[in-house]
Design a protein around this ligand. Structure first.
Ligand code: MG
Length: 370
């Protein structure tokens, strides 16, 4: 089987509500999504998505994905899309680094492999380990009462997990955490996500001030170095996601005990081919896992939850349904949809569905054999 054509679409995905990170310092209204369609000489077509959470958040840029594809795509025409590591090697050789620019292509190749072998993404990744993926809501920073109101909206949809964004003024963060913990329901899971916003000092002040509450924090500081320095000075479990990009990052996190939770973002790390290695490394070291997209439509959500389902239930902390935060749906009624706050495996080969192509507008680029 050979890749004959790669078609790229750009689509703005508006958020239903403005979204604030880092204590309100960053605001987001719309996501810049890239969809990739890969066609083959055997009539199988695969789809993949790469949607960063805006470009002010981390070094990942919507137009950068399409520029990266422009550089890599001509080298991929003629390769067998089922040979995932061959595709990976070709992309890494043509464009070292820039992993976020590679995920949409990698994911479209997984879709093709699944269709060619009549296996779903979850089956290809090792099988559905049961229990469904607990979907974490994404609660933007506000006053404690505003944040509780958002949590209540998700509770009404069955959500039992919440990724709560903190990382503003540290005294207010302590207030937010104490208040929300006092309102947490039995069995409910809350992850306090700092998105790198605290200094080392602020991280230690907050994490140690709420040590009686037994809560977990995601990405309290900017770098892995920062986390390495605060790790011995607090008892709170730490999750890393923004600084978990490469296999080398995961190796270091595991070997040095920098975090007890791995937040694997399949688009940040370059797709499922690379993400499954991070999964295996985390599992081998007793590190529990969240698997999410960096943002995007039901395609990105389904790709991420397909991997999450392959993780043993006791090691799988949750996933995300960014689709629930958008005003547009590019594949209505298809893909993994929140069922009372959980995602379940699809019984269809590959990704399991396709988007409504006309909703994606005109292709912004087409690459094919000369
Ligand atoms: Mg996070």
């Amino acid at each position: 089987m050979k890749i004959t054509k790669i078609t790229v679409f750009q689509k703005d995905l508006p958020l239903a509500k403005p979204y604030y990170l880092s204590g309100g310092r960053l605001r987001f209204d719309v996501l810049d999504a890239t969809f990739v369609k890969i066609e083959t000489d055997e009539g199988i077509t695969g789809w993949g998505e790469g949607t960063p959470w805006g470009h002010t958040y981390i070094p990942a840029h919507g137009p950068g994905i399409r520029a990266g594809i422009e550089t890599m795509a001509p080298r991929l025409i003629g390769l067998d899309p089922r040979a995932l590591e061959t595709i990976e090697y070709a992309m890494d050789k043509e464009l070292p680094g820039h992993l976020y620019a590679k995920s949409a292509i990698d994911l479209a190749c997984w879709d093709i492999l699944g269709q060619a072998s009549n296996m779903s993404l979850t089956e290809l990744l090792g099988g559905d380990r049961g229990g469904g993926v607990r979907i974490m809501s994404s609660i933007s920073t506000g006053t404690p009462q505003e944040m509780l109101a958002l949590i209540d909206e998700y509770r009404a949809q069955g959500y039992e997990g919440h990724s709560v964004k903190v990382g503003g003024d540290y005294e207010k963060d302590i207030e937010r955490i104490r208040f929300l913990e006092s309102q947490r329901l039995p069995g409910e899971r809350i992850l306090y996500d700092v998105n790198r916003a605290w200094s080392r000092r602020e991280a230690l002040l907050v994490m140690n001030a709420v040590s009686d509450l037994a809560v977990s924090f995601e990405q309290p500081c900017e770098t892995l170095e920062d986390i390495a320095k605060i790790r011995p000075l607090t008892s709170a479990p730490i999750s890393v996601d923004e600084t978990l990009v490469t296999l080398q990052d995961m190796t270091r996190i595991a070997a040095e005990g920098l975090a007890e939770i791995a937040g694997i973002k399949i688009n940040r790390v370059g797709g499922l081919t690379k993400a499954r290695r991070l999964r295996d490394m985390a599992l081998a070291h007793g590190i529990q896992i969240y698997v999410m997209a960096t943002g995007g439509s039901v395609i990105a959500d389904t790709e991420a939850s397909a991997l999450a389902l392959s993780i043993p239930e006791e090691m799988r902390l949750g996933g995300w349904a960014c689709q629930d935060m958008l005003t547009v749906d590019i594949a209505e009624g298809r893909g993994m949809r929140s069922q009372q706050g959980y995602h379940y495996a699809l019984d269809a080969p590959g990704l399991g569905f396709q988007p409504d192509e006309p909703l994606l507008g005109n292709a912004v680029a087409v690459y094919e054999a000369a």
